[in-house]
Design a protein around this ligand. Structure first.
Ligand code: FE
Length: 225
């Protein structure tokens, strides 16, 4: 048997993985970035096949990793983690630097970055795992700590979106909640909770263009808790 709570005991960071060129690029939030070899330094990242960035990494053979700081703005995480590059240009209005290969690197809330050339791609079912050789890397802020997935979950009250390799269907978790909690809807980007008991309007009655008052995420992305 699998106790899915166990999976929360695995440690991760939280990153923006970007790809593309000076003409066009996209990025997404990833918690699966890890070093796989030291000689040469190579990194792996997993990307859902439905993610727009997966197509761009495949065509450009490049990806960058921005290491987010622990107090990263919810808006940055909301844009890169919960919006699709097929619908909006996520890099527009962001602070972007172009690496040695021309790949875009997102600087918003970043304390370090990596720039990698793809050397292998593995099909792992729902996701593609890209192995990239490190070609450029630098620290941008030596004072701040990197954001960990644990901090994101516990302090920022964030949850993994459906496209994440570590997404957990909460209905699989042991029910610890009582009936009252069923009337709450949470923003998966910033953790804001819309509590129907405290509001005059039920969540379903809110207009379709209602957005998270904290980070601006759309209503349809909210998760019932
Ligand atoms: Fe929010």
């Amino acid at each position: 048997m699998i106790n899915f709570e166990t999976l929360f005991k695995i440690s991760y960071g939280l990153y923006i993985v970007s790809s593309g060129s000076k003409e066009y690029g996209n990025g997404y939030i990833s918690n699966t970035v890890f070093q796989v070899t030291s000689e040469p330094p190579q990194f792996a990242t997993c990307c859902n096949k439905n993610n727009h960035t997966a197509d761009i990494i495949q065509s450009s053979g490049l990806f960058s990793v921005s290491v987010l700081q622990s107090d990263a703005a919810s808006g940055t995480i909301g844009t890169f983690g919960y919006k699709s590059g097929k619908e909006i240009n996520k890099l527009e209005g962001m602070e972007i630097k172009y690496g040695e290969t021309g790949v875009p690197i997102v600087l918003n809330d970043a304390i370090a970055f990596l720039e990698c050339k793809v050397v292998e791609t593995y099909d792992v079912g729902t996701h593609l795992m890209f192995i990239g050789k490190l070609v450029n890397a630098d620290v941008l802020d030596d004072e701040k700590d990197p954001l960990t997935y644990l901090h994101y979950r516990k302090v920022k009250k964030g949850v993994a979106p459906k496209n994440a390799p570590t997404y957990i269907d909460i209905t699989k978790l042991e029910k610890k909640s009582d009936v009252k909690e069923k009337n709450k809807h949470q923003c998966p980007a910033c953790g804001y909770v819309y509590d129907e008991e405290k509001e005059d309007v039920g969540f379903e009655e809110l207009p379709d263009d209602w957005v998270c008052p904290v980070c601006g995420l759309e209503k349809e992305d909210f998760i019932k808790i």
